[in-house]
Ligand binder design. Structure first.
Ligand SMILES: N[C@@H](CCC(=O)N[C@@H](CS)C(=O)NCC(=O)O)C(=O)O
Length: 414
């Protein structure tokens, strides 16, 4: 936040402070109070301005209240300007105003993964769908000991920070953790900066850190889940689980291409669109893809058949946030997930796989989006949780076992 603090005074708490008090001068008539022109100091603070104080200042400057037309046009002009500036810096867009996601700076191929040491540490944030993928694969493969995790929380300025007092699981869900992988850093930016060779770019989650080499191994979620799936079997408690078997690689890639563009990044393209055209295009591609997926999942338990794959995990982390957040905050309003014939059952099927629910902290997800995505929700009000996103609803039977070919063949022979 910018600081426009007067060099002469340093007001103690408020954001906006009028410098002068109302004075009554001798040569003023008693009925007319005289004002010295008030000077307003803005100071940098995480404390929001006191609304009563703002009201008093308005009264002091303009009498009882601003004429509504003036108030609306003034706030609209300044908010529009501020919003455009914020969006252009925080959500880069293409020439048509469509959200264009910056590429990850630390990609990894199998060679660079081989060069890493065996002491790894994973940094995540619970609201983030990309980080969520890594938590699910880590849990399913049993890599909790091999890749300890630090959970960062969103800060008021939009960066990831480590909060005191976190650590314990809340109601069985993962929550903030203070284990910083020996870095002793207060926020994720510091961890990135401390890498050999330094780094001052975007400090995103998920990030996989090499503790011995003190370096970022990778900050691209798909690379990380591929490594967790097949590159760390010597340390995994569940090495036989393969979420990307060679025989399904082609199908997984095909689904990933559709899902990444239209769904995973698609919801962000809706939410961060800066023009009506860009939003219209994103929302229609999103719901076309959801229709296609719903259709396909009516006849197949998972995307590539009977077995859960990495493609399902990538789809799941967006679906579990859909009615909770994207439907409202990102204007993905054509339909709720619960209105689809099969998608909500499919979501529950994956949610109920042992260890998956613990990675889904729905409270942290709601807070992360509604309270901290300031450009999209400046008032920070968090709406009520939709009933289909309550734990009881997510634990309702999904009855999708009948779609497995084993079950189907048993039904035929029975
Ligand atoms: N392509 C990356 C995207 C990661 C990403 O955008 N993470 C967001 C949270 S959902 C983040 O950390 N943003 C912070 C920033 O941009 O400064 C991946 O899949 O890992």
């Amino acid at each position: 936040m910018t600081s426009l603090v007067s060099p002469l005074t340093s007001p103690s708490s408020p954001w906006l402070v009028p410098s002068s008090k109302t004075t009554t001068k001798k040569n003023c008539s008693s009925s007319r109070r005289c004002f010295r022109r008030p000077v307003i100091y803005l100071r940098s603070s995480s404390t929001p301005p006191n609304p009563d104080l703002l009201k008093s200042i308005t009264k002091l400057l303009w009498g009882k209240s601003l004429p509504p037309q003036l108030l609306i046009s003034t706030v609209r002009a300044s908010w529009n300007g501020g919003w455009k500036l914020m969006m252009s810096q925080l959500a880069p867009s293409d020439s048509s105003g469509g959200f264009s996601r910056p590429i990850s700076q630390f990609r990894s191929d199998s060679d660079s993964f081989r060069r890493r040491s065996n002491k790894l540490h994973l940094y995540v944030g619970l609201p983030c769908p990309w980080a969520h993928r890594t938590l699910i694969v880590r849990a399913l493969k049993g890599l909790e000991k091999a890749a300890p995790v630090s959970v960062a929380s969103p800060g008021m300025d939009g960066s990831w920070e480590f909060k005191e007092g976190g650590g314990a699981a809340e109601g069985g869900k993962m929550s903030g953790s203070l284990d910083k992988g020996g870095n002793g850093c207060a926020n994720l930016k510091e961890v990135y900066r401390s890498r050999r060779g330094g780094y001052d770019g975007r400090a995103t989650v998920p990030m996989l850190w090499d503790v011995e080499r003190k370096d970022v191994v990778c900050n691209e979620s798909y690379d990380i889940i591929e490594l967790f799936n097949s590159g760390m079997n010597d340390f995994a408690e569940n090495p036989s689980l393969d979420l990307a078997p060679q025989s399904l690689k082609g199908k997984i890639d095909e689904w990933n291409q559709i899902i990444y563009h239209a769904v995973n990044n698609g919801v962000y393209r809706c939410g961060f669109a800066q023009t009506q055209e860009a939003y219209d295009m994103a929302v229609s591609e999103l719901f076309d893809a959801l229709d296609l997926l719903d259709d396909h999942l009516g006849g197949s338990r998972y995307l590539c058949g009977d077995a859960l794959t990495l493609a399902d995990i990538c789809l799941f982390t967006t679906l579990v946030r859909f009615d909770l957040v994207y439907n409202v905050l990102f204007k993905c309003t054509k339909k709720k997930l619960v209105e689809y014939r099969y998608l909500h059952d499919y979501l529950r099927d994956i949610y109920q796989i042992p260890k998956v629910a613990e990675t889904c902290n729905l409270e942290a997800i709601m807070d992360g989006y509604y309270k901290f995505l300031f450009p999209l929700n400046p008032g920070g009000i968090r709406p009520a949780r939709p009933s289909d996103c309550e734990d009881e609803a997510l634990l309702e039977p999904h009855k999708r076992q009948v779609l497995s070919s084993m079950d189907r063949s048993m039904q035929v022979t029975a």
